[in-house]
Design a protein around this ligand. Structure first.
Ligand code: NOJ
Length: 582
């Protein structure tokens, strides 16, 4: 047998509809991540844009997602692909304009999809008017107090104020040339240093400043008032810093939070005050707005703190993403996640990939002998079997969509795209590549523009409304191996990953058991994750090296790959998942 999808009965559909009405949408939403620069280019210049997104909204609605999350689309020098925001109340001209963006939001709503934007509250672009004003003002000025400017160490202040390093590599401090100056900092000379936990063009703002707090309140309202349903919060665990900016010298890996709440700049206890303030804003709307935190805490219990009833609604579960494709690890992550979320009454939010990590097909293509930390440095040079990777990624998708709570699907996962591992060096754009002096290739390999149709680049990515030929090349080169993986190739092919996602999302909507709620483990044998959800649903995933017999009498609703027919038993092959009606 191959893949099957059965239609739900009328009763199940009605029950499902009733329980859906009672459940806030965000507790079980499947959200599709639109990396706008690479999703669809509607004006032919080689960069994805709002026009391209608008044209593809019906495709996303037919995929069956409940919402879309759009990576930053604000005016930006694109030093970090838009996470360097120069103006929060407008749209980057390469991507479109405010009018188009507002129309897109209404159109998505018309198709039954919610819209989530990205807010970047840890830092701004150095081209933002605030930072320009800070550079043009004297040390100690109110303009500088919105950022973290400090005098350097050393006799002439020539050394950075502390030993912090940037997440992208190199020091987290850049020394400014004073424009105005004072006695201690002569004009025209290198003077104070400013903190940037990421790129030098991304100065951190100071969250002890009421100016900063009020500004972000207003940015949230600006977009909420234009119909946006929620925000994904960038580096949600990184906003507040220890008042003394102490050296991290004693900390083994300063870029991993350590769970005590007083790390110099990560997952600090005082960050929660910001989110209580934001929650009050979200709740002030008739149709309350929602948040999803990008909070790398490394600990489900610490993550749960962000999800207390008066804080954020949801947070990405990165522990699931980084887990090796092995039964004990996955079971443990799922158990710890469910327990930590249950303790605060929040739904888990499962995620397998995003624009910062190696695509799951290529992660799972490697030997699973260690956690999959996500950065390309964990994978480059290790042998890969992409066929195995795809089989596991498809099984992982069915597992993820069967778990209680919501899920995010990164664009291209629904096509089973692998990481593009051989981008020519001259095409790389990620600041990680430059800041690491070419030691780390960075994240461009998961950001390559999507293949929509055709047998060669640009694979339908760049299409002008008048049908004229594109004027630009895709901003990152697409590999020839995208041929056969396009949306057009996969559309209607029951064995394709696109149709697997469509069937799963459609079933997920119709089955009362799925979405928000609880699950139980059942014994499926060694190396098997077998879970049940009421009423009448089971998901089995075989991570062992042998086929396993499926429970007798269960009806197969959907399988991530072909099942074997044994001697009267239906067998679930290695690296395959199945949804069952019990
Ligand atoms: C997390 C974002 O996902 C990533 O792309 C970005 O580089 C950093 N935050 C800095 O904003």
């Amino acid at each position: 047998m191959t893949l099957t999808a059965t239609t739900p009965t009328a009763t199940t559909g009605a029950q499902r509809a009733a329980s859906r009405l009672a459940t806030p949408w965000w507790r079980e939403a499947v959200v599709y991540q639109v990396y706008i620069r690479s999703f669809a280019d509607g004006d032919g210049d080689g960069t994805g844009d709002v026009t391209g997104l608008r044209a593809r909204l019906p495709h996303l609605a037919s995929l069956g997602v409940d919402a879309i999350w759009i990576n930053p689309w604000y005016p930006s020098p694109l030093a970090d692909s838009g996470y360097d925001v120069a103006d929060y109340r407008a749209v980057e001209p390469l991507f479109g304009d405010l009018e188009q963006a507002t129309a897109m939001i209404a159109e998505a709503h018309g198709l039954g999809m919610r819209v989530i934007l990205d807010v970047v509250p840890n830092h701004l672009s150095d081209e933002h008017v605030w930072f320009q004003a800070a550079l043009a003002s004297a040390p100690g000025s109110p303009e500088r107090a919105r950022f973290i400017f400090r005098d350097g160490r050393g006799e002439a202040g020539e050394l950075p104020p502390n030993d912090w390093t940037s997440h992208f590599g190199g020091p987290a401090w850049t020394r400014a040339v004073e424009a105005v100056g004072d006695d201690a900092h002569p004009a025209g000379q290198p003077g104070q240093w400013y903190l940037h936990l990421f790129n030098t063009k991304q100065p951190d703002v100071d969250w002890t400043s009421e100016d900063v707090r009020a500004e972000y309140d207003d940015v949230l309202r600006f977009w909420f008032d234009r119909g946006v349903d929620g925000f994904r919060i960038d580096v949600a665990h990184g906003l507040t810093k220890h008042a003394d900016l102490p050296d991290t010298g004693e900390i083994a890996n300063p870029h991993r939070p350590f769970g005590a709440g007083d790390h110099p700049f990560l997952d600090r206890d005082d960050v929660h005050e910001v989110y209580r303030r934001w929650r009050a804003i979200a709740d002030s709307y008739d149709d309350p707005k929602v948040f999803v935190a990008e909070a790398w805490t490394g600990d489900p219990v610490r993550l749960g703190l962000y999800l207390r009833p008066d804080e954020l609604h949801t947070a990405f579960n990165f522990d699931f993403l980084v887990s090796a494709w092995r039964e004990p690890e996955l079971r443990d992550v799922i158990d710890r996640t469910l327990a930590a979320h249950r303790a605060v009454g929040a739904p888990p939010t499962w995620v397998l990939s995003n624009h910062d990590v190696y695509r799951e097909v290529s992660r799972y293509a490697r030997e699973q002998d260690r956690p999959q930390l996500g950065g390309e440095e964990d994978f480059t040079g290790r042998p890969a079997d992409l066929e195995v990777g795809l089989r596991r990624a498809r099984a992982a998708a069915l597992l993820m969509l069967a778990l209680p709570g919501g899920a995010y699907v990164y664009q291209g996962a629904e096509l089973g795209l692998p990481e593009v591992e051989d981008l020519p060096e001259e095409s790389l754009q990620d600041p990680v590549w430059f800041q690491s002096g070419g030691q780390r290739r960075g994240r461009d390999g998961c950001r390559v523009p999507l293949p929509w149709s055709g047998a060669e680049a640009p694979f339908g990515f760049s299409e002008r409304p008048d049908g004229a030929a594109p004027t630009g090349q895709p901003w990152l080169p697409q590999p020839a191996s995208f041929a056969g993986l396009t949306v057009a190739d996969q559309d209607g092919d029951p064995t394709s990953t696109l149709e697997l996602y469509r069937s799963a999302l459609s079933l997920r909507r119709s089955l009362e058991a799925l979405g928000d709620g609880a699950m139980e483990w059942v014994d499926g044998g060694d190396g098997v994750l077998a879970l049940t959800r009421e009423p009448g649903f089971a998901c089995w995933v075989n991570l062992s090296t042998q086929p396993v017999a499926l429970p007798a009498g269960a009806e197969v609703l959907l399988a991530s790959g072909p099942l074997d027919d044994g001697d009267g038993d239906r067998l679930l092959p290695t690296d395959t998942a199945v949804w069952l009606r019990r």
